[in-house]
Structures are given as structure tokens and as C-alpha cells.
Design a protein around this ligand. Sequence first.
Ligand code: URA
Length: 340
Amino acid sequence: MPRANRQRGVERDLRDATQGLRLQRVMADAGVASRRACEDLIRAGAVEVNGSVVVDLPAWVNPETDRICVEGRPLPKPERHLYILLNKPTRTLTSASDEPGSDRRTVLDLVEHPAKARLFPVGRLDYDTVGLVLLTNDGELANRLTHPRYGAPKTYRVVVRGHLDEAAARELERGIYLAERKAGRTVGAVRTAHVELSVLRRDRDGTTLELTLREGRNRQVRRMLSAVGFPVKSLERVGMGPLRLKGVARGAWRELTAGEIRALRRAAAIGSGNQETGARRTPKKPTQKPKKSTKRPSGAKRGRPQADEEPAAPRISRRAIKDAAHGRPGKKKRARGGDG
Ligand code: URA
């Protein structure tokens, strides 16, 4: 079977990986069947590209310009990808709809785009957190941006109660243990990855800081700060990968520029031509299990449990895990939160 194919009167080679995407993936994305089932359809001779039957794989196609037919029926053209940056106000859900029986405002209620594309939010902010939310219909980009493997940085401006001191700042930077919950039960504790932190301002009863995280655990910023004794008063996401919130009013939105989309795709390791070569397919397990070690972290004081010590189970009391899971400061920490 010849692997060359005509495109606008020009012979071209479907073995040329720079042409875009694997044929079975384009079919699967269009909803034909799973990738594996699409491979079977191709090998059975049911698929034509630009008028020629293709049976050999891999075959690379451009879904924008190639005419692909499955069992004689053309594949629908892919929906144009949209990328919207929204400045989420407070009291708004970061999901497509509320739970049955509830009718709270969602981020989608705030974006009326003429293309009427089926958008979804990339990651989540809490109901009361404000700031940058990316909405798109590009599933691949969304998956990569939210997957810990790619570590897309998210920057938060946080106001906490009390004067955040050096010791708490170092503790947050080194990583602290947060309870891990599954199906409503605490099943262990995970250490947060390194964060970047800078204190912007201290005033009479609070501290304003900027925190950059490369992972996204549930209510992570609130739980981390509560765990070191500084409850969050307000939380705003101001950056996500190369995107910045600046210039978009609260509740308003805009489309990303072409330059921002390129930068975002680079951050998510998606190539501009062959989109399947950007990164390993099987991502690493997202959850860091605590390492078993008897080592004491440098600077830790003997005899006093440290939030960032190695996770030998007895060092984290059930109470501390429960507190962390519910975002409550532990007993010792609570005292510290009061100063300022
Ligand atoms: N961390 C939080 O605690 N809440 C958010 O909304 C985002 C990050």
C-alpha cells in the first residue's frame, strides 16, 4: 500500500511526523472510538485520507487540512481551540455547574463567548479565592497544565493574619506535611514540594506575601499557612505558568494573545508540529509518598516534633493530621498565629 497521499494536488508522505498528529488520535479525538479501536479500523481499510485508503501505521495527518473519512463518512472538523483568562470574583464556583439542588454562580456563567465553545476551567480555585482562572476547550493542554509532572507554577498573593516570621517562611519553603484524604478518610500525610515565598508587606495585623507552588493539592495554600499558624484572610491567584492576571478587572475576562498561547504550550511541553513528542506518555505517580528515614532534617530541634520532619508515622499525631486536613492550625502553632 503506497504511503504517499495527495494534499491539494501535492504528493505527501504520511510517514512524515512533522505533519501533525497520529491518525488514530485524530479519529479518537473526533469521537470515533478509542485509539486502539481506531487502529483496528485503519488496519481493516476503513479509513481514507485525502481519497486514499491508509492501512499502515504510524500515519501522521493534519486535522485542519487533511480530508479524513471513516467508512466513507468525513470526520467533523476539529473545534477551534479557545483560551480565556478570567479574573474570578469571590463566591464563584470553578466548575461547569453546581451540585444538584444548588444554584451558585460558576466561572462559566461569567464568560459569554460568541463562539459558544464548550469551555472548562483548568484546575480549581476555592469558592472564595479570587484571581486567574484559565478556561479552554483544549483538553490536552489542560491535562498537562494540571499534571504534577509538568509542574506549571501557580503564583498566589496571600494576606494572612499575624506577622509571618522567618521560621514559618523557611518551614513553608522546605515543605510541610499535609494530611492526605481518600474517600473522606485520612490515609496518611504528604510533604509539600518546595515553594517560593516572598513577603511583600507587613502591617499592623497581617502579612501580605507571594507564594509560588508547582503542585496543586486541595486547598493547599490555606492548609499550609494554617499549619504554620497563619490563617489566610484573602487569597488571589496572580499567575499561572507564563500568564499574569494584571490588567483584567475582577469578574472580567479576555482571550489569550497568540504569544501567550505559544508560551503556555511551551510550558506544557507541547510541540508546535508533532504534538505527540513533547513528553512521556505515562506520567509519574502524582502523589509523593513520604520516604522512610530516621534522618532528622538539618536545623530540627531534638525532642520537638517538626512539621517538616521525615514522615515516620509516630511523629505526626492523629490530631495533627486531622487538623491539617481541616486546615486548622495545630496546638503549638495556634499560639504563634496570635502574635501580630
Ligand atoms: N490553594 C488554596 O488553598 N485555595 C485555592 O483556591 C488555591 C490554592
